[in-house]
Design a protein around this ligand. Sequence first.
Ligand code: UD1
Ligand code: UDP
Length: 381
Amino acid sequence: MEKLRVVSVFGTRPEAIKMCPLVKELASRPEIESLCCVTAQHRQMLDSVLEVFEVKPDYDLDIMTPRQTLSTITSKCLLGMEEAIAALKPDMILVHGDTSTTFAGALAAFYHQVPVGHVEAGLRTYDKYSPYPEEMNRKLVTSIADLYFCPTVNNKNNLVKEGVENGIFVTGNTVIDALKTTVREDYVFATEELNRLPYNEKKVILVTCHRRENYGEPMRNIFLALRQIAETHRDVELVYPVHLSPVVREAADEYLRGAPRIHLIEPLPADEMHNLMARCYMVMTDSGGLQEEAPALGKPVLVMRRETERPEAIAAGTVKLAGVVQDDIVTMAERLICDGEAYKKMARAVNPYGDGNACRRIADAILWYFGRGEKPEDHQA
Ligand code: UD1
Ligand code: UDP
């Protein structure tokens, strides 16, 4: 029997971190030819992940331009995917999450009548401008997809409520599979500055911030809050690997550069980032991925956004929504810095996002879809 050609399509850093383990799992199955098509919506940040996970793309659309707009990303991906599909002849296309690459990849697959598997399906805020444009991207992909790989039961329930009847699997999130391969107790950082941080003597706070809906006023408020925290508390060190988006870098330069106890550093390779997270005191972020990784590593997270599509870790008590108002962020951070009991309550390792076997379940479900294997059991949280 011919092998099934399964093409994983991704383009940004978080998609790559969550898809590389799956590309490898698929490659380990004798029935599958696992191919990888990158749009390179992110260039440097994508390449860094590919290097860490040792994945070599079979097709590279290389679309990134500085300050790209949503329309240019989507149209370049859509056109590029036409050639990629002609060259790779997939039996199935896998897309991940909610980026512009995700949407364009799914749409291109549909135009060529290739079935689509959606990894990390069913996340919702039900506010179409938050996160923007991600909430709309993932809803549109739901309409196109044939298979839905949901990290949690809650994600599955969202899809069922919206009328999706078939093809839903609860798999856990592949980010937990990725973490299992990157985090080590005896890890030595390649970035020398990270080896020198006073993890035991001080409270090292890991920060990231990049979302489009936070551009402008919210990002300014967030940065002023971070500055206030660092200026007030001599026992903290803030480490912020700054995203390569020029909008983010300009704001970080304006509000944070030169502040005491704030380390603005370059984006970190995924293995460095995951091990830094494992050693830090707490996380302050507007990232989606960090809300899943930090709870698994027992680190409290303050989410600097108005809402989240990841309520599971809030329910478990390790994540709190801090919003985008300066005073609120400062108050919530100070509670964790100064109140040992409040900190301990949040710093429990919970794992609502999976057991590290999501990729295995996804590969099994794909084989089942093509009549080449048993239907896998849902992951029980
Ligand atoms: C994108 C995703 C967002 C995801 C984020 C992860 C969309 C619309 N947004 O947002 O969902 O959370 O990635 O980080 O799909 N740049 C570089 N080099 C890189 C990466 C980015 O120079 O390796 C710069 C470029 O100038 C680029 C800009 O950053 O134009 C913004 O990148 P883009 O992919 O458009 O948006 P993100 O904010 O990164
Ligand atoms: N990450 C990384 N290096 C960094 C910052 C983040 O490897 O300097 C990782 C992080 O651990 C997580 C992912 O990138 O796995 C999250 O990506 P990002 O915050 O860019 O996007 P989001 O998850 O918000 O879509």
